[in-house]
Unconditional design. Structure first.
Length: 145
């Protein structure tokens, strides 16, 4: 079982130019129902160094919200760094006037139901080290009010 992170954007930029040891963008999407939620034409599977999307900052619930890493909830440095790289790409697309959304889902089978929790996220109010993903949520990104 793994996390799967899908991203879509109005930008026709090749996001593979941002690939690193920690983050990999590929146009080959896993066959999951949640891909239907993506709103934009240019769609990407976002993998981490693990090959799946597991090595990012994820929470099972949004109850704790966004926040910096804390001692009582250990996170691996690579998870933190990969998430910072991811949010930097999202910010750069938004700064160029592009639209971006993503779906973070826990999958082990193609036929699981679609994630229904939708969040509108204003990245101008969240620092890079506070950003994290919430399992089974659809993120709609923006900057400013």
């Amino acid at each position: 079982m793994c996390y799967i992170l899908l991203l879509s954007t109005t930008s026709d930029r090749d996001l593979a130019q941002f690939n690193s040891e920690l983050v990999r963008f590929t146009r080959v999407l896993p066959k999951i129902a949640d891909a239907q939620l993506l709103r934009h034409a240019h769609r990407w599977y976002v993998a981490s160094k693990a090959g799946c999307s597991c090595t990012f900052r994820h929470l099972h619930s949004r109850d704790l919200g966004f926040g910096r890493p804390v001692d009582w909830y250990p996170e691996e440095p690579d998870e933190i760094d990969a998430t910072i790289e991811l949010v930097a790409v999202i910010r750069s697309l938004l700064d160029e006037g592009e639209a971006v959304d993503c779906v973070d889902t826990w999958q082990h089978h193609e036929d699981l139901p679609i994630s229904e929790a939708r969040l509108e996220i204003d990245l101008s109010s969240i620092s890079d080290d506070e950003f994290r993903l919430f399992e089974n949520h659809h993120f709609l990104f923006q900057t400013g009010s």
